[in-house]
Design a protein around this ligand. Structure first.
Ligand SMILES: [Zn+2]
Length: 151
């Protein structure tokens, strides 16, 4: 028997975001573009922070008598972060190379339609009218006032 998916708040946030991305980018092309953009924005931000930390560290090294109160982040913390970010940047670079291969893939309009159809099944719009009506019907008791109004 299949295990129930975890329902902790972190996982629920993931499921919600996962479905939102399918709903918002329901075609192959849109998924290509959003994944590519996501990797690029992550790289841009990491690179910028790395540059800034390196600049700050070298500034400190050339200026020994810097006031310790100006150091919100310790030298050790910066050095460790730079090591971590160097690895992350290398991984992101590898992912980007793979994404480029995925980005080169083109699919026909018929297959794109299939993507949109399946996306709609996987992650239907929670605010979709049909779904709201259906939900309301499910939650009604047979003799509730709402039901009488329908008849
Ligand atoms: Zn969980």
């Amino acid at each position: 028997m299949a295990e129930e998916p975890c329902q902790c708040s972190e996982c629920q946030r993931f499921y919600k975001e996962h479905d939102r991305l399918i709903r918002q980018f329901p075609s192959f092309k849109q998924q290509q573009e959003s994944s590519w953009t996501s990797i690029q924005s992550f790289r841009t931000l990491c690179n910028k922070v790395t540059d800034e930390l390196q600049r700050e560290l070298s500034e400190r090294q050339s200026n020994e008598d810097i006031n310790s109160e100006e150091k919100h982040i310790s030298d050790k913390e910066i050095t460790e972060a730079l090591d971590e970010l160097e690895s992350v940047n290398a991984y992101l670079y590898s992912i980007e190379a793979l994404m480029e291969r995925i980005f080169d893939t083109n699919i026909s309009n018929n297959i794109e339609s299939k993507f949109k159809e399946i996306a709609n099944e996987l992650a239907p719009d929670p605010l979709n009218m049909d779904r709201l009506i259906l939900n309301r019907l499910f939650h009604q008791t047979p003799d509730s006032p709402d039901k009488k109004n329908i008849n």
